[in-house]
Design a binder for this molecule. Structure first.
Ligand code: FE2
Length: 361
């Protein structure tokens, strides 16, 4: 199976925020992103302000409406700060947009050319679940910062080794997972990498199902979760309630040295989900030989899992918003290209413990 049209990689993630200025500072100080470009009143943009955060190949673009009447205003009211756009870099924007729409995608915006003295960028967008869109971007004829009419900034962050966006996970409503799996197959030509059903990921109380979609070259991985029937409210239902519908649940960022990354993030005050210490009793049985010491992994609370090809280290943050919605994952892959069931279940149980504290289980 191959993509409907060539998708090179994740280009950037655009967030709509109530106050992008303060959010950008948080990601800059804690995650160590460089702030490399700016748009706003000072650059002649009267609609929205925005800050580009860069580290390795990861680009987060945080934007805020500047006035009432901006279409993102009501969306922020519904969702809180949220991921609006998972943008892909493509060879040919017009071909990508035309093909996607022919294959059933609803347009978000028609192809446009943005231009300044650094050159041209072509972009177009299609809608996916909730208020999320996929932009197609090609900047082969552009040498400026991020997009035309952005002002370069050079605010260096204290980087933590982030390399690229490993995967982006969406939560959708009950019985909608297969609809979106088929949508990614039909529209983008993605294929199914892995399936986790409620037998893999359930506790005494709640359950969820998940399917992992991936692009032809493997550079874009998009798991999609839906709630499954349980005795109590699933964490996916909690997300859907507080987010006001489907949306991006977590963003996983790859690092070459997860212990280093986590040590830095903990020192800077970022909070992570916790697994019980007994989790480490069975690591070697579940995963086999690994290069890290169990002492270091347990000290930092890092999770370990494997697939057929190798192992992976992961850790999940607590929600980074006031609402129990968006969180981040940090991941180091050592051969593993997919995901393991053990960590999925550990994540699920850890979120459930937090849900109980919030009174939303
Ligand atoms: Fe993940």
């Amino acid at each position: 199976m191959s993509d409907s049209f060539p998708i090179r990689k994740v280009d950037h993630l655009k967030f709509y925020c109530g106050n992008a200025k303060q959010s950008a500072y948080w990601y800059h100080k804690i995650y160590g992103f460089d702030i490399t470009a700016f748009t706003g009143l000072e650059t002649g943009n009267k609609d929205e302000s925005g800050y580009l955060l860069s580290q390795g190949d990861v680009r987060l673009f945080l934007a805020s409406p500047l006035k009432p009447g901006h279409p993102a205003g009501p969306m922020i009211g519904v969702h809180g700060d949220f991921v609006r756009d998972l943008a892909f870099e493509v060879d040919d924007v017009d071909h990508a947009f035309k093909t996607a729409v022919e294959r059933g995608a609803e347009p978000s915006y028609e192809p446009i050319t943005l231009e300044d003295s650094f050159g041209k960028v072509r972009m177009a967008g299609i809608k996916t679940y909730g208020d999320v869109i996929h932009s197609f971007v090609n900047r082969d004829q552009f040498s400026g910062p991020f997009l035309p009419k952005f002002q370069p900034k050079n605010l260096k962050g204290d980087g933590i080794g982030l390399e690229y966006v490993d995967h982006v996970v969406g939560n959708v409503e009950l019985n909608q997972m297969n609809y979106w799996v088929k949508w990614y197959e039909d529209v983008l030509g993605f294929s199914l990498l892995a399936t986790f059903d409620d037998k893999d990921i359930s506790t005494d109380y709640t359950a969820l199902m998940s399917k992992v979609m991936q692009s032809g070259n493997g550079r874009v991985k998009m798991p999609i979760n839906e709630p499954a029937e349980g005795k109590k409210k699933s964490q996916i239902d909690e997300y859907l309630e507080f987010h006001g519908g489907p949306g991006v649940q977590h963003i996983a960022l790859h690092t070459q040295d997860l212990p280093h990354t986590i040590r830095e993030l903990r020192a800077r005050g970022l909070e992570f989900l916790q697994v019980p210490l007994t989790y480490y009793d069975t690591v070697y049985e579940r995963v086999g030989k690994i290069d890290n010491t169990l002492e270091e992994l347990a000290e930092l609370g890092i999770l370990v899992d494997r697939d057929d090809e190798g192992y992976l280290l992961q850790l999940f943050t607590k929600p980074v918003e006031d609402r129990p919605t968006l969180f981040f994952e940090f991941i180091e892959r050592n051969g593993a290209k997919s995901f393991g069931k053990g960590n999925f279940k550990a994540l699920f149980e850890a979120i459930e413990r937090e849900q109980a504290l919030r009174g939303t289980l």
